[in-house]
Design a protein around this ligand. Structure first.
Ligand SMILES: NC(=O)c1ccc[n+]([C@@H]2O[C@H](COP(=O)([O-])OP(=O)(O)OC[C@H]3O[C@@H](n4cnc5c(N)ncnc54)[C@H](OP(=O)(O)O)[C@@H]3O)[C@@H](O)[C@H]2O)c1
Length: 273
């Protein structure tokens, strides 16, 4: 099944730009939402946060030890919008900040995820920032993590009651691509869509701007030549903020694909990326 975006009436549309326009419209309407006191969008976001908090939702995060995952968990914890936050990963993480003290951690063996179905139970929202590289894991290992682990996690999340699944994919994701990376990303996007979440948000950032210990040449080039934001790059905080802000906004699409510019625009609502 092709990955398509659907309008509010549920009719399929393959027009990527219409989803972007819709997000831009949402972003504009929120950033001009009265009453505005003080500077920027503080009041709007505060109202969205409070509204969401009242719903008593819970979430899990996959890939919380990674660069996007870390930034996302920070957003989640600081905004305190979920009554329960679970990090699902292959190792325990340590946090010094007291703000993280109620965060639950579940350590799983991703090769035997079926044995950990209960870990995924009872979360309304799921965020997936998992991923590796071919350089680190080889071709098979890359597909295993970026496709198989992601899809199995999404299946368990759906079975466990998750209604809104967020997937961090990549700019250029395309299951028909001849490039392994883009093909795998496009394939997992499409396969997760088949699970039919009530709401499914796919983020397709360009190269992430982040200070990472590990050397990743594309990120180095993006930092050096493209600066803060461009068609080719995006600050990691913008991605994390966009994922969080998009959660707070009522979705009117079953599946939405946020391209790099839309991610950046949404991220701006959440603060200065
Ligand atoms: N880097 C970019 O410029 C870029 C651009 C566009 C899209 N993306 C995509 O965005 C997503 C997040 O990227 P990122 O750079 O924030 O990720 P990252 O820093 O590389 O972190 C990846 C996460 O996946 C986990 N992971 C990796 N291999 C695993 C394995 N074998 N088993 C279990 N967990 C594993 C890591 O856990 P450990 O800490 O335990 O290893 C970590 O939590 C990825 O899907 C990536 O492809 C990246």
């Amino acid at each position: 099944m092709d990955l398509v975006k659907r309008d509010t009436a549920g009719s399929p549309s393959t027009d990527t730009s219409s989803a972007d326009l819709e997000l831009a419209r949402k972003a504009r309407s929120i950033s001009s939402y009265p009453p505005l006191r003080g500077q920027g969008n503080e009041m709007d976001v505060a109202a969205l946060e409070e509204n969401f908090r009242q719903k008593n939702r819970s979430c899990f995060v996959l890939g919380a030890s990674g660069e996007t995952g870390k930034a996302l968990v920070k957003e989640i914890v600081q905004r305190n919008v979920f009554h329960r936050v679970t990090l699902i990963g292959r190792r325990l993480l340590s946090f010094e900040d007291k703000a993280y003290e109620n965060v639950v951690q579940e350590v799983v063996d991703f090769e035997k995820l079926d044995n950990y179905a209960q870990v995924f139970q009872g979360h309304d929202v799921g965020y997936c920032c998992l991923g590796t590289t071919k350089a680190k894991a080889g071709t098979e290992g890359f597909i295993r993590v970026d496709h198989d682990y992601v899809l199995k996690s999404a299946e368990l999340a759906k079975a466990g009651g998750c209604t809104h699944f967020h997937l961090e994919s990549s700019k250029g994701a395309d299951k028909t691509s001849s490039f392994l990376y883009l093909k795998t990303k496009g394939q997992v996007e499409a396969d997760v869509e088949e699970l039919n979440f009530e709401r499914y948000s796919v983020y397709r950032p360009a190269v992430l701007l982040v200070d990472r210990e590990e050397s990743r040449p594309a990120e180095w080039v993006a930092r050096k030549f493209f600066g803060m934001f461009s068609a080719m790059s995006i600050p990691i905080t913008a991605v994390a903020q966009a994922m969080l802000i998009n959660t707070l906004i009522e979705g009117d699409r079953k599946t939405e694909i946020l391209e790099n510019k839309s991610i950046y625009n949404l991220g701006k609502i959440g603060g200065k990326p």
